[in-house]
Write a protein that binds this ligand. Structure first.
Ligand SMILES: [Zn+2]
Length: 245
């Protein structure tokens, strides 16, 4: 294999790995957001229950006010009853007092129901708070792991870049430019094998003379269809990249 092809194959491998890392790194903020979003459901559940408790407290206060109002009315009626001299009026007021007293008892019963409901809501709220705290722990762990993965990827990237430049120094500048242009235009496959006379980039058959040039390995040869740099593919050629790890 031509030494420059061998070098380009290693460079291409490193470039693909660098590109993969860059794509991963770009996605990290999104991944972090997805992890944090997992907390929102738990927080919303907790907030919902807390809201129920607040509503229940308001309802209880209103019942208290109802009871107070009726007690006031009873007090006033009793004074009026004491002052009146008419039997009919006295009886009528007595009836009203009785009605208010019955309403107070019913309201107190309702108040007791709401107090029991408050206890039940508090139990649910505690459990929701625990679920939320558990999720928070998991989210913190996942984010910590994501940060570690990110740091490792950055280190790996530096290694690939260093390793790549070592090989790039050995390749003629014009060829390196051509390679870079092809790498960009051909989605990361600038240098491809020729198998059974077909370019592995565009899968078209090349001419006999191109095939011969590739096989002879004297000059850098391009696919006349897609322009990619071709090499004579063998099992051994496949191992070039892994030998240079
Ligand atoms: Zn081609």
């Amino acid at each position: 294999m031509l030494p420059e092809i061998e070098h380009l194959l290693v460079i291409q491998d490193r470039d693909r790995k660098i590109r993969e890392i860059d794509q991963e790194l770009v996605n990290i903020p999104k991944k972090e957001e997805e992890i944090r979003n997992r907390l929102e459901d738990d927080q919303a559940t907790f907030d919902g229950i807390k809201g129920e408790l607040t509503q229940n407290e308001i309802a209880m206060k209103n019942l208290e006010l109802d009871i107070e109002t009726r007690r006031d009315s009873i007090g006033k009626l009793k004074v009026q009853q004491y002052e009146t001299k008419k039997n009919e009026e006295f009886r009528k007021m007595g009836g009203e007092i009785g009605r208010y007293e019955a309403e107070i008892i019913a309201t107190e019963d309702r108040e007791l129901e709401l107090m029991e409901l408050a206890e039940e809501i508090k139990v649910r709220m505690k459990s929701a708070a625990e679920d939320r705290d558990d999720s928070q722990t998991m989210v913190d762990d996942d984010i910590a792991n994501l940060k570690i993965a990110m740091e490792n990827m950055k280190k790996e990237r530096v290694e690939f870049v260093t390793n790549r430049s070592g090989y790039a120094e050995k390749v003629d500048e014009d060829l390196l430019d051509t390679y870079a242009r092809l790498f960009k235009a051909k989605d990361g496959w600038a240098v491809v094998g020729l198998i059974d006379g077909a370019c592995q980039g565009c899968h078209m058959r090349v001419t006999k003379s191109t095939e011969l040039d590739v096989r002879n390995e004297n000059v850098v040869t391009h696919c006349q269809n897609c322009g990619r740099i071709l090499y004579w593919w063998t099992d051994e050629a496949d191992k070039v990249v892994s030998r240079c790890e």
